[in-house]
Design a protein around this ligand. Structure first.
Ligand code: FAD
Length: 447
């Protein structure tokens, strides 16, 4: 029987309109994800941290252990859409509830094989690979036996415009020869990394810029592929996954590794990102809720009493807490609306709502976490809390999977297209005003 939603911390923050749409099987999964994160993950955070100190580039043994356990309990790959036989069949909206809970612990999604970039990569391989490719690459990813990286961005190109991607892919018999440089995608230093899904330029002279690029699977330890360095993100190495900077020098991969076909990278890229952006945003909300809870705890800390008052007794902080709460709740409405729009109308029709989430959520999350740091005083900026790492995650989601400005640009351009309609309506108001002035003998204003 599905658990009750009344006074249940797993559901307390979920808006009523969402609760009304949750099916019994989804309610049961959300409850299990909540219990998993609260009892298995959050209390283990500092143990994982300690294990990583011993070996920065090996996945912590505790995480391996939890992955096995989550798999045995059927809490693995729950992000999978309905068409997978392994899918629990959650809608985007139902999974959004799970993603928020996972976000409460930085690596909880990993224990359930629901983390980025794996989720996007698994969907991509499932959607566009042939059976042989799926057996070789998709299966180990879904089993959690290997990790993968998505490799598109380049240091010498504006990668928000993927038509400019230059990494060269030349056909030589039944092989592709690859030369170029790439930024990001997980670090090779972790030996679980098995493949890169690489986007490169295979037909630079094609008059159609959308048909010049190809996606191919590159085994992580291919000859000629060198990792120059792990890129730190605002000083964090993000070990044990990291972000590599790579050089490809005459790397040869079998043409059989091409996904979908030469020149078809854009077809693939377009299918990849909608749900992933929603997952990132919901996890960010979960993380920001944690930051908020830390701030509340600080507000009642008896050891901190400037001028004899608790931190939470200052009006400025009472107001701060109120705004944080209200903003968090409005963030959830925005992303859940995007998830629901995708469920009802499809990913394409959900474009505006997805962009709205991608543009607003990371900024609002970073802003709230910043306020939490302020409540904590100087310690809020140190390793006393996870707040600085949380802030960095929110900051990086503004860029990862494409900069927020490009989404805002698209929304702005679409809005501009509505201007003519308003102009026409405005003229109709004027015309009617003119008629009313005549009818009621009122002197007409010129404006
Ligand atoms: C932590 C992190 C992880 C990442 N992980 C990956 C990964 O796994 N794989 C991968 O391939 N890449 C990854 N990226 C790279 C990320 O996807 C790119 O940084 C992003 O797409 C922007 O590309 P760019 O850096 O080349 O910036 P540019 O394209 O040079 O854009 C810079 C700025 O130009 C402006 N701009 C660009 N386009 C527009 C537009 N259309 N409208 C308005 N303004 C615009 C914006 O201000 C934008 O911020 C990651 C980045 C970060 C920070």
């Amino acid at each position: 029987m599905a658990p009750s939603l009344e006074n249940n911390p797993a559901f307390n923050r979920i808006p009523p309109w969402v609760k009304a749409k949750l099916r019994p099987q989804a309610i049961e999964i959300i409850q299990r994800v909540y219990d998993w994160v609260e009892t298995e993950c959050i209390p283990a955070e500092r143990v994982v941290q300690a294990q990583l100190q011993n070996n920065r580039w090996k996945t912590a043994p505790l995480i391996h252990e939890l992955r096995k356990k989550a798999k045995a309990q059927g809490l693995f790959n729950i992000f999978l859409p309905n068409h997978f036989k392994e899918s629990p069949g959650l809608t985007n909206l139902e999974y959004a509830c799970c993603a928020e809970i996972m976000g409460r612990c930085y690596w909880a999604a990993q224990t359930m094989n629901c983390h980025a970039p794996e989720t996007g990569n698994i969907e991509l391989l499932a959607k566009y690979c042939n059976d042989a490719q799926k057996e070789k690459w998709l299966k180990p990813l879904m089993d959690g036996d290997m990790s993968s990286a998505y490799s598109m961005t380049e240091p010498d190109r504006a990668s928000s415009d993927a038509t400019t991607i230059a990494c060269s892919m030349k056909r030589d018999g039944d092989e592709l020869v690859i030369n170029g440089r790439k930024l990001y995608g997980n670090s090779q230093m972790n030996d679980e990394l098995g493949i890169y899904i690489l986007m490169g330029c295979s037909d630079p002279e094609n008059p159609n810029p959308w048909a010049r690029h190809t996606m191919v699977i590159v085994p992580a330890r291919s000859k000629g592929l060198t990792m120059k360095r792990n890129l730190t993100i605002m000083g964090y190495d993000h070990a044990p996954e990291g972000h590599g900077e790579y050089v490809y020098e005459n790397v040869r991969v079998p043409a059989a590794n091409i996904i979908l076909g030469e020149g078809r990278a854009f077809e693939i890229a377009q299918g990849r990102l909608g749900p992933g952006r929603i997952h990132h945003c919901m996890r960010l909300i979960g993380q920001t809720e944690r930051a908020f809870e830390l701030a509340l705890i600080r507000c009642i800390d008896e050891r901190k009493k400037p001028r004899g008052k608790l931190i939470g007794e200052f009006d400025s902080n009472i107001e701060r807490v109120a705004y944080m709460r209200m903003r968090l709740d409005s963030m959830r409405q925005i992303v859940m609306n995007a998830a629901d729009t995708m469920d009802i109308m499809g990913n394409k029709a959900g474009r505006y709502a997805i962009a709205q989430s991608k543009v607003l959520i990371p900024k609002m999350a970073a802003d709230i976490i910043d306020e939490c740091m302020q409540i904590w005083g100087g310690q809020g900026l140190t390793q006393y809390t996870a707040l600085p790492e949380m802030w960095t995650y929110a900051r990086f989601v503004r860029l990862a999977d494409g900069p927020d400005s490009s989404h805002a640009h698209q929304v702005g351009r679409d809005q501009m297209k509505t201007a003519k309609g308003f102009e026409t309506r405005h003229k109709q108001y004027q015309q009617r005003y003119h008629e009313l002035c005549k009818q009621w003998n009122v002197e007409e204003d010129i404006f």
